[in-house]
Design a protein around this ligand. Structure first.
Ligand SMILES: [Zn+2]
Ligand SMILES: [Zn+2]
Ligand SMILES: [Zn+2]
Length: 425
């Protein structure tokens, strides 16, 4: 099994022996670089100084902690400019179009990201692929690392970067909806409290070197590698003060907005708490009152007792179609033991195991449907409030209509009890 040390780029020497697992590979991690871009007074003030991109090779860690060493500093400027379709050559940067920005709805107060450049990404909806990209053209396959922007993090056995041999690899999104720098923000001309540069992180996590199989079909070890990478990036982004919440998602198949076949996840480092998580935080505080644990712990207990909505379960996790599922076959995977933050989860094999079970149920029960999943976890900072992290999966079998989009009222045409029976069969 290929595992990787978890290293916080800015705090390498502080790696705790207790978090150090037997490892045979190294994680290379580039801290984000920094600029003096303006940060909105509306947001937590940003760590405006981006550090030079550095790449650290973590020490091997088998039975105990070995001090880490830092590999040679690499900056994007020292790298031979890439020329592939996912590279960030000057032409590619120009192709990105206008920089994304945040605009606040004056009625609801909700932030919207205006990212006109995203319309130019491969296979935007009006150019949805009829057929997925063949592996011989795939920029995410091993051997084509020069076709992508320089990696920000990778798990591999060597100290090298942007070369084959990785088990999971994170690169900046070539079509970012949040950017680390906002050229022109200093001019201050166009920005206001309701209109801000969209500062944050927009990354692509290449979950596996295997082109045509998602990690859960490759196996447990590969699924664990993907999850470790999720955690690694959340921990690294804690150092970016402008990022308030890290949202990790996966869009599976074109019908769920995936634009490239090679299995990948996406990460968004948002400068605000997304409304759904904000509402959940309020809900946890309200609904946990008077309970011995949190409302999610209570829900886990009830689902386990009822059994009719349970899709899968193991020692550490339970998967169920929630009592008030919004859409057909909506499934949540929840750690049985109360835990606030996903990045603190040490039971990744157990989590990977139940993901494999649930994905098998989706594939067998619904013939490999398009789906989206995301992890809801606690914001990177802020006061302590009740929360219990979880993963939500929404198969994309119906098209939301005016009631759903206009009133946020969901109509589910498959009862969750029926859904669980089909997925868990
Ligand atoms: Zn590929
Ligand atoms: Zn709980
Ligand atoms: Zn949630």
């Amino acid at each position: 099994m290929k595992t990787a040390n978890r290293v916080r780029p800015e705090k390498r020497p502080a790696l705790s022996p207790s978090r150090c697992r037997p490892a045979t590979s190294r994680v290379s991690n580039r801290g984000l670089s920094s600029s003096t871009a303006n940060v909105s007074p509306s947001f937590p003030s940003g760590n405006s100084g981006r550090k030079n991109l550095t790449r650290g090779g973590a020490a091997r860690c088998s039975s105990g902690y070995t001090p880490t060493r830092v590999a040679a500093t690499t900056s994007p400027g020292t790298r031979t400019p890439a020329s592939g379709p996912w590279s960030l050559s000057p032409a590619a940067v120009a192709e990105q179009g206008p920089q994304p920005e945040l605009r606040r709805n004056p009625i609801t107060g909700e932030w919207v990201i205006i990212a006109a450049g995203r319309g130019r990404r491969p296979h935007a909806p009006d150019r949805m692929p009829q057929k997925d990209q063949p592996d011989h053209e795939c920029p995410f396959c091993p051997g084509r690392e020069d076709q992508t922007p320089p990696e920000v993090c990778a798990f591999r056995d060597s100290d090298e970067s942007d070369c084959p041999g990785w088990s999971a690899r994170t690169i900046p999104n070539r079509f970012p909806i949040l950017v680390s720098d906002a050229p022109g923000a200093g001019a201050g001309a166009a920005y206001s409290p309701d209109r801000q540069p969209a500062l944050g992180a927009s990354e692509v996590i290449i979950d596996t070197p295997v082109h045509d199989k998602p990690p859960w079909e490759v196996g447990l070890d590969q699924t664990v590698e993907m999850l470790k990478m999720y955690q690694e990036r959340i921990v690294a982004l804690r150092e970016e003060k402008r990022t308030t919440y890290v949202h990790i998602i996966r869009n599976h198949l074109a019908g769920a907005a995936s634009s490239l076949e090679h299995p990948h996840s996406q990460l968004f480092g948002l400068p605000f708490i997304p409304p759904t998580v904000d509402a959940e935080l309020d809900g946890f505080a309200r609904a946990s009152l008077g309970l011995p644990g949190c409302v999610m712990c209570d829900m886990v207990e009830r689902e386990e007792e009822a059994t009719e909505r349970v899709v899968a379960a193991n020692d550490g996790f339970i998967a169920f179609c929630p009592f008030a599922s919004r859409l057909p076959y909506e499934t949540w995977i929840v750690p049985r033991r109360h835990q606030v933050r996903f990045e603190d989860c040490a039971e990744l094999e157990s989590f990977a195991g139940i993901i494999i079970q649930v994905m098998r149920g989706l594939k067998d029960g619904l013939d490999n449907p398009p789906f989206n999943y995301w992890i809801h976890t606690y914001p990177l900072r802020g006061e302590t409030r009740p929360y219990h992290w979880h993963l939500e999966i929404l198969p994309r079998l119906t098209v939301p209509g005016g009631l759903e989009l206009g009133a946020d009222v969901w109509v589910n045409i498959v009862a969750p009890e029926e859904a669980a029976a089909r997925l868990g069969a």
